[in-house]
Design a protein around this ligand. Structure first.
Ligand code: 6AU
Length: 386
């Protein structure tokens, strides 16, 4: 029985010490620090509303869940776009970003969807999720893609080549790199190149362009932008976010550069076709990839083997309106969504984090409603510890 598993009554701070995945260890510590086991499902329709909501509700949550494909005006620029802005808010308020992409396809396709394309989800989302109906190899494919990304995160480099009437000191080491066009993936060459957020024009340097007779040479400068790579945890990459966006939440370091996956093991919707065999396959897949799978989106705790310490996040969570019995029944949305209270999901079903969307977003004052959910879910966790 899930309710008897030791993780049910173990404090998050203790579970942080034994969880296998570095991001899970970090998240348990963050939950303990912020006294929060709340994830906001930020299902709004514009990038402006998303960023504004994340900024206002950020103090109450430990995870912000997105559906990037329902946002209009999503800016795909990797350095200054919506993903980068969300990442800055995540640093400021101390939360992780979970893109609810529900990947399901053959391994090769999900690798590309996860790491490339317009959204480049892996660049800005600490966590994503997958439905493993396509088979467990899909999880391996995503794990491999994440490991490669961590080793060789892409960034843009500026290289410049100057031609014309050269003088001897014109080509210094920094301006000209004869290997510039060959640096792709070359970790020794890339150390000599500057990270830049956008293509820049390099102006001719007039004082250098005069020969010994004082004649002015004609100089042509060409600046090209090339893609290169360096490890995701390189300190140089901290320069890629906007100036002024570098406030960091106090009391904890920034999250590790590891990426994590949640397996969609059970759903909240009425008539869900996921069978117990499918859920069991999710647990097996999680145990096979402990360095990539953090845990589950599920309706109950799935930790069952003695060494299991997966994290569980549960949607389909709503509180009755303020003033009503907080453990009362909450009706569904009429489109298949079913709701339970934080007390039931955390206290009885043993989940760790409740995922709340419309319960907060559609409230008159989302930040204070988020606080109400945070308090209720945390109270249920404390009661569970006994
Ligand atoms: O609180 P709501 O009903 O407004 O929003 C719930 C959010 C939505 C769903 O896409 C998502 O949670 N969700 C998921 C996830 C997180 O994967 C699984 C599920 O079983 N039910 C569910 O509602 O963004």
């Amino acid at each position: 029985m899930a309710s008897r598993h030791p993780t049910i009554t173990q404090p998050f701070a203790e579970r942080a010490k034994t969880a296998t995945h570095p991001l899970t260890r970090y998240l348990f510590r963050l939950m303990d620090l912020k006294a929060s086991n709340l994830c906001l499902s930020a299902d709004v329709t514009t990038a402006r509303d998303l960023l504004s909501l994340a900024d206002k509700v950020g103090p109450s949550i430990v995870v912000l869940k997105t559906h990037y494909d329902l946002i209009s005006g999503w800016d795909y620029n990797p350095q200054t776009g919506t993903g980068a802005k969300l990442a800055a808010l995540a640093r400021k308020h101390g939360f992780l970003i979970f893109e609810d992409r529900k990947f399901v396809d053959i391994g090769k396709t999900v690798q590309m969807q996860y790491t490339a394309g317009t959204a480049r989800i892996i660049d800005w989302a600490h966590i994503t999720n997958a439905n493993i109906d396509a088979g467990k190899d899909m999880v391996r494919a995503m794990a491999e893609a994440a490991a490669k990304w961590k080793e060789r995160i892409p960034y843009e480099v500026k290289t410049s080549v100057t031609v014309g009437t050269p003088v001897s000191d014109q080509f210094d080491d920094e301006d000209v790199d004869p290997a510039a066009d060959r640096v792709q993936g070359d970790s020794t060459q890339q150390q000599r190149l500057d990270v830049t957020s956008a293509p820049q024009r390099l102006e001719p340097r007039e004082q250098d362009s005069r020969d010994v007779d004082g004649r002015k040479g004609s100089i042509v400068s060409i600046t090209t932008v090339t893609q290169s790579f360096e490890p995701a945890d390189s300190p140089r990459l901290s320069k890629t976010h906007d100036q002024g966006d570098d406030t960091v939440f106090p009391g904890i370091e920034e999250p590790p550069m590891d990426r994590g996956l949640l397996l969609l093991a059970q759903m909240s919707s009425k008539g869900c076709l996921m069978t117990p065999d499918y859920t069991r396959a999710c647990v097996e897949a999680a145990r096979e990839h402990p360095n990539f799978v953090m845990g589950f989106v599920a309706q109950e705790s799935l930790n069952s083997a003695p060494e299991d310490n997966f994290i569980h996040m549960t949607p389909g969570c709503k509180l009755p309106p303020p003033g009503e019995d907080e453990n009362g029944e909450v009706p569904g949305d009429g489109l298949g969504q079913q709701y339970n209270t934080p007390a039931k999901l955390v206290g009885l079903c043993g989940t760790d984090i409740v995922i709340v969307g419309r319960g907060i977003i559609q409230a008159g004052d989302p930040p204070s409603e988020a606080e109400r959910y945070r308090r209720r879910a945390w109270k249920a966790y404390l009661a569970r510890l006994g």
